[in-house]
Design a protein around this ligand. Structure first.
Ligand SMILES: O=C(O)CCC(=O)C(=O)O
Ligand SMILES: [Fe+2]
Length: 327
């Protein structure tokens, strides 16, 4: 027997790493709440230090002004639906002239460096990693701008695919709340505990007002509301005047087909100023999605290069832990 003491090695060093970060960031109770309820509200002082929420709100209004040629006045009393909301009419079941989501701006990441900061916020990544692992990728980052409306957004689970949904999270929705959320403000509606049911709501269950288990989230501007992809949620209509502003940042496991295709869209300067984790979130470690054999070969080379750099940054190799939920 050797006289040196060897500590037992953890069966999953990725879990240890994720758990260590959660502890250091003061997120343990929030992660426990996600386990129990399927969602948590991380308060502004933890979620958005150093004025991040103010920078994000300004960046959203700047982007809306660029896209719609008019800066939204977030105090205004009218319905806000400058251009895109009708696109979702059939999908979301809104009545004519009304939208359950207001305006949805998509592909926000490239609009302003503040969105890069939002994605790389250690608090967001701590929760997203716990739910989707270190190899997770960005699925989408948008911005909802919702004024007074009549139509609720039906309850649904974000996880794609048929029932049974996997019991583990395939997605983490981390939404920056940039104006206060509650019932009157048209905040998100949640059915606490529904992430454990591993199915999607159907029929009358989808109705936010009629479902007695749907509760309005209460979150102050600057909060980060995080939920498990299986958690049933929708949104109450906005009774209050003014515009509700939020940034849904959705992180997913790397086998999912993402809403945003980022692989060949990220510019080199953006990659250069960020970590390998950022590159992986930007789908640079993904080899799939080619249209020609040449692309298949170059894509595999690119993915291998970014994965290797990430292994060095992590000090751990996800490929060596194929059964880990955290790798
Ligand atoms: O508008 C909301 O509050 C909910 C939006 C939603 O369903 C989502 O971000 O996945
Ligand atoms: Fe959703």
């Amino acid at each position: 027997m050797s006289d040196t003491t060897t500590l037992p090695t953890s069966p999953d060093p990725f879990l240890d790493k994720a758990w260590g970060e959660i502890g250091r960031l003061g997120l343990t109770a929030h992660v426990a709440e996600i386990e129990a309820q399927g969602l948590t509200v991380i308060p502004p002082e933890l979620a958005c230090p150093d004025g991040l929420a103010d920078r994000l709100l300004a960046a959203c209004l700047d982007a809306a002004e660029r896209r719609n040629a008019e800066r939204p006045d977030i105090e205004m009393a009218a319905r806000y639906a400058p251009q895109s909301s009708d696109r979702f009419k059939k999908v979301l079941g809104s009545g004519d002239g009304d939208s359950p989501i207001g305006d949805l701006m998509q592909s926000m990441l490239f609009e302003d460096p503040a969105f890069e900061e939002a994605l790389m916020n250690p608090v967001l990544l701590g929760v997203a990693t716990y739910l989707c692992g270190y190899s997770a990728i960005m699925y989408t980052m948008g911005c909802f701008l919702k004024g007074p409306n009549n139509t609720t957004l039906p309850l649904h689970a974000d996880t794609p695919g048929p029932t049974p949904l996997p019991g583990y999270a395939s997605e983490c929705n981390a939404t920056y709340v940039l104006t206060d959320f509650d019932r009157n403000n048209g905040g998100t509606a949640f059915v606490p505990g529904s992430h454990k049911w591993c199915r999607k709501p159907s029929g009358n269950e989808t109705q936010v007002i009629d479902n007695p288990n749907a509760v309005a989230v209460e979150a102050k501007a600057g909060s980060l509301v995080c939920w498990h992809g299986n958690t049933w949620h929708g949104a109450f209509n906005r009774i209050a005047t003014g515009i509700r502003v939020s940034i849904p940042c959705v992180i997913a496991r790397p086998h999912l087909r993402t809403q945003e295709h980022l692989i060949d869209k990220v510019d080199q300067a953006m990659l250069d100023r960020n970590s390998s984790r950022f590159a992986v979130l930007m789908q640079q470690g993904i080899a799939l999605g080619w249209s020609t054999q040449t692309e298949a070969i170059s894509g595999a080379e690119r993915a291998t290069k970014f994965q290797a750099a990430y292994v060095e940054e992590l000090g751990l190799d996800p490929a060596k832990y194929p059964n880990s939920l955290f790798a």
